[in-house]
Write a protein that binds this ligand. Structure first.
Ligand SMILES: [Zn+2]
Length: 209
């Protein structure tokens, strides 16, 4: 089970196309380009061979994660948003032990992607579908999440949590599931806009034809 962490990163910024080494690409192929947390399947292309996936070392084990799930494990790392701006405030944290982190990312990515697609290709039934998806997601969060009002606070709760995790004692990290296990990462729609665009051009293309 995944919960937000502030692990060190090999690259200084979350980008869609961090070029995999030959060995990494082979391993990605073996894992069917599937994220270990949200089960999203990447579609590699010549331009984007890693298809928005990367390897992250968690507790000594290498895990293949999509960039959203990878960011949830490396909260201190900024995300490269549209216009090349490094965004440190790339999401929100909520207390929601009932919904697995992977499920949240999976639904959120679909909502963001379909929303962006619908904006570029106006389509009434799809618009209604995206609205319903968004509403039912918010509803299911509202009914299970105790600190939702704090989502409206504009200050950066993400960095505060990330430092708490980063400087936690080894004893605390040993019990991290008990301490941090109920917290979830909610990616920011605007920050991830550029990455979603690249997913729309790869993994989502066959679905939207
Ligand atoms: Zn994922």
């Amino acid at each position: 089970m995944y919960h937000p962490r502030a692990l060190p990163s090999r690259i200084d910024c979350g980008v869609f196309n961090n070029t995999p080494s030959k060995v990494e690409f082979k391993a990605m192929k073996k894992l069917n380009f599937t994220c270990d947390c949200c089960r999203f399947k990447g579609t590699p292309t010549k331009q984007y061979p890693s298809s928005g996936l990367e390897f992250v070392s968690i507790k000594g084990q290498l895990k293949l994660l999509c960039i959203m799930c990878a960011q949830s494990q490396m909260l201190m790392r900024p995300v490269l948003s549209e216009g090349g701006v490094k965004e440190f405030n790339h999401g929100r944290l909520i207390y929601c032990p009932e919904i697995p982190q992977g499920k949240i990312i999976c639904v959120v990515r679909d909502i963001f992607a379909l929303g962006q697609y619908q904006k570029a290709n106006p389509n009434r039934p799809l618009r209604r579908y995206v609205e319903e998806l968004r509403e039912s997601f918010v509803e299911s969060l509202l009914s299970r999440c105790t600190n939702l009002p704090s989502l409206k606070i504009s200050n950066n709760d993400l960095v505060g949590y990330a430092s708490l995790y980063k400087y936690a004692s080894p004893e605390l990290i040993k019990n991290e599931k008990a301490v941090f296990g109920g917290i979830r990462y909610l990616p920011d729609e605007i920050v991830y806009g550029q990455l979603i665009k690249q997913w729309l051009q790869t993994s989502y293309t066959p679905l939207l034809k």
